[in-house]
Design a protein around this ligand. Structure first.
Ligand code: SAM
Length: 248
């Protein structure tokens, strides 16, 4: 039946995503730099600047992986001398969180500042209305049900809380999209093979980027989950987009 088919496909996707991040965890940060020529750092910096956290921000960073967003959030607040800032990183994969914990230690963040929580974005192990900000960076593309993730984001935010997503998107220019596709499909899996000795996960990565909804469609999905004032901003011609919305 149609239903049975869906279920198999869905559990396959979840399993695939899990094994992908299991095998790439140790090379994850290096590969990000290699594939984006370091530009992912700039995108993440802009993302945190747009969030513009204050001393009162209680952030849940979902699909937080090895901590890139959490570290930037803390650095941003530390720079403004808000030394009591803290953040919760949630990710489904312990291997990614382990790398994150190690990095946090090396960077000198204390365990009071960052809590690491293993959990599924589709069913967060978090109480209702417990955060003022929810971020998800390069994570929502990997989940099985985007709508459930958005519903959960809405649930865990306090009224007035903000949802922000940084994700690969679609370019706004046909010629650039063509060039970008050539790079993605031909170069990235080769890099994966050379640096991480893995081809398949990087082929999966490129395909998942192509399949993710366009900016406007994703905006509608966020609105459908109940968020207000939903907007997005393209970075690098739409290679990535930042979507934002509020729970009122
Ligand atoms: N946010 C980090 C960053 O920007 O570097 C990590 C992004 S990484 C591309 C995607 C992360 O999503 C992985 O760490 C993976 O384990 C996590 N992930 C995939 N499916 C998930 C789910 N259903 N719930 C929570 N995390 C998930």
């Amino acid at each position: 039946t149609h239903f049975g088919f869906e279920t198999v496909k869905e559990s396959e996707k979840a399993e695939k995503v899990h094994s992908v991040f299991e095998v790439v965890a140790s090379k994850y940060d290096l590969m990000n730099d290699a594939m984006s020529f370091g530009i992912h750092r700039i995108w993440k910096d802009i993302f945190i600047r747009r969030l513009g956290p204050t001393a009162d921000t209680r952030l849940l960073d979902v699909a937080g992986g090895t901590g890139d967003i959490a570290f930037r959030f803390l650095n941003y607040l530390n720079a403004a001398e808000n030394l009591n800032a803290c953040v919760t990183v949630c990710d489904i994969n312990e291997a990614m969180l382990d790398v994150g914990r190690l990095r946090a230690k090396k960077l000198g963040f204390s365990s009071e500042q960052i809590s690491w929580l293993q959990g599924d974005a589709e069913k967060l192990p978090v109480n209702d209305a417990s955060f003022t900000a929810y971020t998800i960076a390069f994570g929502i593309r990997n989940v099985t049900h985007i709508d459930r993730v958005l519903e959960e984001a809405y649930r865990v935010l306090k009224p007035g809380g903000r949802f922000m997503c940084l994700e690969f998107s679609q370019l706004n220019n046909k010629m650039l999209q063509w060039m970008y596709d050539q790079y993605s499909f031909q170069v990235i899996p080769v890099m994966g093979q050379l640096i991480a000795e893995q081809w398949k996960p990087y082929q999966y990565l490129v395909e998942s980027i192509r399949q993710f909804p366009r900016q406007e469609d994703f905006k509608s999905m966020i609105q459908n989950a109940g968020f207000c004032q939903v907007n997005y901003e393209n970075l690098s011609f739409g290679i990535v987009a930042i979507h934002s919305g509020f729970k009122l």
